[in-house]
Design a protein around this ligand. Sequence first.
Ligand code: SF4
Length: 380
Amino acid sequence: MAGIYIHIPFCKKACFYCDFHFDVSFKHKDAVLSSLQKEITSRANFFNPDDVIESIYFGGGTPSVLNKHELSTILNALHTQYTIAPNVEITFECNPDDLSSSYLADLKLLGVNRLSIGVQSFNNDHLKWMNRSHDSAQSLQCVDMAASVGFTDITIDLIYGIPSLGLHEWQETVERALELPINHLSAYGLTLEPNTPYQRLVDQKKYHSPQDEKTSDHFEALVAIINAKGWEHYEVSNFCKTGNYSRHNTAYWQNKKYLGLGPSAHSFTGTERHWNVSNNAEYNLKIAAVEQAFESEFLSVEDRINEYVLTGLRTKWGVNLEELNHKYGHPIVSLFANELNEWESQGWITISQGQLTLTSSGLLFADYIASELFKLKDEF
Ligand code: SF4
């Protein structure tokens, strides 16, 4: 199984918390799309002849700034250069203010079969506070429109931990989201990322930073509602109606091979990571000069163990301890027996039939537990 990620590095407005690569000027848009076409061709040898693409993910930035013709050109190039599975999952990230019934119908005709809509909040003050480009009414309307057009795989994003978001309002937000015609939800705690407008506003004491305690309370309330509604919590930040996992993201978490195309896109070969330049003009120059537009890093055995543990722990499938021993040729599980016992007695993990998974409360400590396990790499 293999996947392709396409990064569309343009946004109408800069959401203040965002540290993804994007440009609010569309001056380089045509040139970037032309470079992307060339990169689709030049990197076709990334895959083996028998690799079949089972998921394509348009992320950004904002893919919904693409018009029908631009999207169709990209998809045609992908179908020409790669072996695409007949039932490929094609996810398209979009912002509510870009969607109309006719645009949604075009997406569907072009083969998009999964929509990821950046709703973030139903509170217009919070949306303004984050500098989002849409309001709550647009979000609600476009999810309904998407369902009317025939999309059955719809996911939305929400943000919790906003300083002025009360617990009760957050609970109402989640309840309201789950009443929409969606089968998947991604919810992220607000974080203060370096070099973002949010960081500068906090430094200037104009905005408050997120508080860990509030973020944890919101997360616990979210998980409680998800469980009560019978949805699955299958990754720290991802929830779905039974079995409706994101095929593309699940492949990331299972360390499957994927190719990232476009400025700042990342790729993974199984043993190497590649990352494209995070600058639209530089990307165009490199592609025009037929130069490599990415840097790469070979992953050592220890790096691969770390990634397997970190990504596995964040999912409901957890980490298979025997596989960890065998896959990497080290009896590593015995090295952290004390830690496992301690975390088990604290109720953070369970171990059943050799499978280590985090409990709901343990999910709050996923990064801490993974970082403790990473320390053991020095013992190999
Ligand atoms: S629309 Fe998405 S990528 Fe663009 S600034 Fe906002 S959060 Fe970032």
